[in-house]
Design a protein around this ligand. Structure first.
Ligand SMILES: NC(=O)c1ccc[n+]([C@@H]2O[C@H](COP(=O)([O-])OP(=O)(O)OC[C@H]3O[C@@H](n4cnc5c(N)ncnc54)[C@H](OP(=O)(O)O)[C@@H]3O)[C@@H](O)[C@H]2O)c1
Length: 279
């Protein structure tokens, strides 16, 4: 199965932020694919319907109907979903979990007979610019899963052991970059530029620098050195960054988030295994 067009029905369990981004992407790109979405609140169901999905509170029915099932509830709600779905419903289903922290081993032992994938995406899925890592132990429909996740942005196949650092760098990445953008904007405001102007301009710089770095395909330092005129403005700014330890602070930021991801993952997984009576 190379294409998601070959999957007639996709079920999205948990049509929240990420679930809705998936529904929207599928309905915009694969009009013939039916999407069944689940949620608890009326508002969630109505929103899913507006995106073109058939909405229901019945997770069991959604899994029965779907050939491919997305698990996009919060991890703490996963045991409830499992209990709501018949044990033998999962057999033969392609299941893609986007839940943070829930390990492949746990998914495999709970979703009997399913072909299981664990993905970690980020909030940029809302504008189809996500960077999604996906891992599987024995998935046979990697093409279909990749094509589906590509509707949200870029897809990287990784061993599961990289998911925690992915969570730190890519899952939390938009927050770290947003903080840096805000700081740079405030610096311009301190120097007299109106906030709106500074903000929009630095967003352009972020986007443009990413495009330039991708086009160059060389180390980012090469662009830094090119911009750094002797005795110019950039070197003065770089000296402050160096003196304040900005680079090592950012490195430690990722390391701290990585360690927390491992901690949370272990807590979530332990809690889920306890709730579902697994060893
Ligand atoms: N947001 C991100 O940037 C991000 C990034 C990476 C990974 N993730 C992962 O993606 C998953 C979803 O995150 P999110 O931000 O999209 O969360 P969210 O907006 O809270 O969406 C979760 C949805 O699950 C629904 N739900 C809860 N229990 C349910 C049940 N028993 N049956 C059916 N639906 C149920 C909720 O519906 P109601 O609102 O109707 O209760 C809600 O709409 C999480 O596991 C998270 O770890 C999120």
């Amino acid at each position: 199965m190379a294409n998601i067009q070959d999957i007639n029905v996709i079920s999205v369990l948990g049509a929240g932020k990420i679930g809705s981004a998936i529904i929207k992407a599928v309905k915009e790109n694969c009009k013939d694919v039916e999407v069944i979405a689940t949620g608890r609140r009326e508002e969630t169901l109505r929103n899913a319907e507006q995106l073109g999905a058939k909405a229901t509170r019945d997770n069991d029915e959604a899994v029965k109907e779907g050939k491919l099932v997305i698990l996009s509830v919060k991890p703490q709600h996963f045991p409830i979903v499992v209990k709501q779905v018949g044990k033998d419903r999962w057999k033969g289903k392609i299941v893609v979990s986007v839940m943070a922290g829930v390990k492949l081993k746990t998914l495999e032992s709970v979703l009997e007979g399913a072909e299981v994938y664990r993905a970690m995406t980020n909030v940029n899925a809302m504008v189809k610019k996500a960077s999604t890592a996906v891992a599987t132990n024995n998935g046979k429909n990697k093409d279909a899963v990749e094509n589906l996740l590509k509707l949200l942005g870029t897809v990287y196949w990784v061993p599961e052991e990289f998911i925690d650092v992915w969570t730190a760098l890519i899952g939390s990445g938009p927050a770290f970059l947003a903080e840096i953008i805000d700081a740079l904007t405030m610096g311009a405001v301190a120097s007299g530029m109106p906030r709106e102007l500074a903000y929009n301009a630095i967003l352009d710089v972020m986007e443009g620098t990413a495009v330039l770095l991708k086009a160059r395909n060389s180390h980012p330092i090469s662009v830094r050195d090119e911009v750094t005129t002797p005795a110019g403005t950039t070197i003065r700014g770089l000296m402050v960054m160096e003196a304040r330890g900005v680079k090592s602070a950012l490195m430690e930021t990722i390391e701290a988030a990585y360690k927390r991801s491992i901690e949370i993952g272990n807590e979530i997984d332990k809690e889920i295994r306890r709730a579902l009576g697994l060893q």
